[in-house]
Design a protein around this ligand. Structure first.
Ligand code: ADP
Length: 397
């Protein structure tokens, strides 16, 4: 079995995979520990049943121990020895980690030295260290940034003081790379062509959202930057804005730059404009009841996605195999898909209204002739990529 872990500042999501007779990994159980350090609740989904445990979770060690205790109590595992590898999702690999890595003391040290992602990496590193010390299991790190290491300097550099790049590694890194890898692989299977021939624009629209231009199966450009704050308007993140806003607001309010950055990360985007919610379902509902701010938020959200699609189609300069919508919003909101495509007037794209509304399992072709390019909704699966990388690395070493 392979355990896949995704750690947030107050949560640990996990999924357990088991190899079937064809060596394919199948998800057998998933769960999440939430509100760690606050009060604590662990939920485990196994064999179609949901088990919820309310338990004070005061630290990660305790949380991890409870997770394993419950997995044993539910007979998902008999002992931890059945788990052959643990794959950890790590948000920021900076320019050091160009691919997934087996954890070692040296690797963990290097990872700790990346100070580019103070909001994202520390929790994952804490849990990784605990598991590395506590269990006799190999740990593997899979990075959200690695897929983007093929982006060229003219696209990853900011036009700012070059020393910021040389001294402080200020550049665009891009995120959601694990999801883009899955989509690229899936597209290759759908289109029946090699992965290294796939050309596509993928819109990963979740609470965090980004767009990726994929050329010959590699990341060519993506909308997030040094941190996940750049690019599209998101649930609570602002995306692209004039950087001098920070200085101006600091002078007007006395807030520090980090307070303002926190607001740009956590109080902006759909939440700020709609004044209702960061969850697009709530905002769409309000828009349908003619709420002005909600309508404005959705318009802004959609226009920015369209802007990137047009820009990337222009940059790619090749016929696209697909335009893809994925993640929570992209997979589930036919309305947002339709609105985005309606906004892309420079390409001749045409949604098949009926197909767009159709329920689907893994993927759905939602365009119709004479659409210039096929348009798909595809369900992403970052966990399976982490699981497969983990399996590969623990068997190589
Ligand atoms: P993240 O992994 O970044 O937290 P997700 O990929 O889970 O985000 O996506 C969360 C977003 O997906 C939320 O804005 C939520 O409203 C949206 N979403 C989920 N289900 C639906 C749905 N059926 N229709 C529209 N939006 C949905």
């Amino acid at each position: 079995m392979i355990l896949v872990i995704s750690t947030g500042s107050s949560s640990i999501k996990f999924q357990l995979f088991q190899q079937d007779e064809n060596q394919a990994f199948i998800s057998i159980c998933k769960g999440w520990a939430e509100r760690i350090f606050v009060d604590g609740v662990i939920t485990i989904e196994y064999k179609g049943e949901k088990h919820t445990y309310e338990k004070p979770l005061t630290n990660y060690v305790e949380t991890i121990n409870y997770i394993f205790d419950y997995l044993k109590a539910l007979k998902v595992i008999n002992s931890i020895e059945e788990i052959k590898g643990i794959g950890h999702r790590v948000v920021h690999g900076a320019d050091q980690f160009k691919q997934s890595m087996l954890a070692s003391q040296k690797v963990i040290k290097e990872l700790e030295q990346i100070n580019l992602a103070p909001l994202h990496n520390p929790a994952a590193i804490a849990v990784l260290k605990i598991m590395d010390e506590m269990l006799n299991v190999k740990n593997v790190l899979v990075f959200d940034t690695s897929f983007h290491n093929t982006i060229e300097p003219e696209k990853f550099l900011y036009p700012v003081d070059y020393q910021w790049y040389e001294q402080f590694k200020v550049r665009r890194y891009g995120f959601h790379g694990i999801s883009y890898r899955f989509i690229c692989k899936k597209l290759a299977a759908i289109l029946n062509k090699p992965e290294n021939k796939v050309n596509a624009i993928v819109c990963h629209l979740g609470n965090g959202a980004s767009v990726c231009a994929i050329k010959n199966g590699l990341s060519f450009n993506t909308s997030m930057g040094l941190t996940p704050l750049e690019g599209l308007m998101m649930g609570t993140r602002c995306g692209d804005i004039d950087p001098s806003i920070a200085d101006y607001i600091a002078s007007q309010t006395g807030q520090t730059i980090s307070q303002i950055t926190n607001s740009l990360n956590k109080q902006s985007g759909l939440l700020a404009i709609s004044n209702i919610s960061s969850d697009i379902r709530d905002v769409i509902k309000a828009m349908n009841s003619h709420d002005k701010r909600a309508t404005l938020a959705i318009k802004m959200f959609v226009q920015r996605i369209a802007k990137y699609i047009v820009d990337y189609a222009n940059q790619l300069k090749v016929a696209l195999d697909a335009i893809v919508f994925t993640a929570g919003i992209g997979e589930n909101s036919s309305l947002i898909r339709q609105m985005v495509i309606d906004e892309v007037s420079l390409l001749n794209l045409k949604i098949d209204v009926k197909a767009n509304e159709t329920k689907y399992d893994q993927f759905n072709l939602i365009s119709q002739a004479p659409s210039q390019y096929p348009i798909y909704a595809i369900r992403t699966n970052e966990e399976i990529i982490i699981c497969e990388d983990t399996n590969l690395l623990i068997n190589q070493n």
